[in-house]
Design a protein. Structure first.
Length: 276
């Protein structure tokens, strides 16, 4: 069980983060019926299924990264082929759940899975192709699940909501870029050309800050138009707390402090439409 938990990255606060990413978009349509619950579950399984696939693809990287060596050991303990088979089974299950809801949800979940495959597997493997990696990861784990849950809940084309969703995607891109910084040595050793490897740690941290500021402007604008300045201020403050963690040097510290702040901000964004 510990190996499976590590493979799916369900240790705290990741499990809560995935649940929030899968569900919070539905809060902006404020409808929760069986179809929405199934769509959220499909989102969650799709997001989580990318982790064993990532562990399978990243064994050579993770074995050289102290804070992620346990992932490589989990793959070795279970067996690489079994880990790949597990990821494929979970992806098929997520898609089956989505199909049971609607073609729109199926399209959203299908795109999430396609992006995860492109992110992790050769010959495309976008993870090692500069900024393509964090952008694709943010879309797959941030933007698309939000849209899918919102659509399942009957959400309409509201420009303010799309500003919020776009802002969260920008924030997620910055976090994905930031999360890869401690992996720089391991990525460089196996020829993975991430932004931190190509341009250096300071460049990656500065880009994270710029993306976060841009995301805050989008989130704040969307919340202001939809709910007013008070709720916009609450959302921006919650999301900006992540900037306090931008210079944390190790994955362990990032997980303990930075990801906890990210989870808190997602919970706040989900609560705003329910409270406003």
């Amino acid at each position: 069980m510990p190996a499976l938990t590590h493979l799916h990255r369900l240790e705290h606060p990741f499990g809560t983060h995935y649940a929030c990413a899968a569900a919070w978009g539905a809060c902006y349509a404020t409808r929760f019926d069986l179809a929405v619950v199934i769509a959220v579950l499909a989102n969650f399984v799709a997001i989580v299924s990318g982790n064993p696939l990532n562990a399978y693809a990243d064994v050579r990287n993770d074995i050289h990264t102290t804070d992620k060596r346990h992932l490589a050991q989990a793959v070795q303990e279970i067996g690489a082929r079994k880990v790949l088979a597990l990821a494929i089974f979970e992806m098929i299950f997520a898609l089956a759940l989505a199909v049971a809801v609607s073609w729109k949800v199926a399209a959203g979940v299908g795109l999430i899975l396609v992006l995860y495959l492109a992110y992790n597997l050769e010959p495309i493997r976008l993870k090692r192709r500069g900024y393509s990696g964090p952008v694709v990861l943010a879309i797959a784990a941030g933007l698309l699940p939000s849209i899918t849950a919102y659509s399942a809940a009957g959400g309409e084309a509201d420009p303010a909501v799309w500003l919020v969703f776009s802002g969260v995607a920008a924030l997620a891109t910055g976090r994905a870029l930031w999360w890869a910084v401690p992996d720089r040595a391991g990525d460089a050793r196996v020829g993975s050309r991430t932004p931190a490897v190509l341009y250096g740690t300071r460049h990656a941290v500065n880009a994270t800050t710029q993306l976060t500021v841009g995301g805050l402007l989008l989130v704040g604008g969307g919340l202001w138009f939809r709910f007013g300045p008070f709720w916009a201020a609450i959302g921006v403050v919650a999301c900006s707390a992540f900037l306090l963690a931008r210079d944390l040097p190790t994955a362990g510290q990032q997980l303990r402090y930075g990801m906890s702040m990210a989870v808190t901000s997602t919970i706040v964004l989900a609560a705003i439409p329910l409270l406003a």
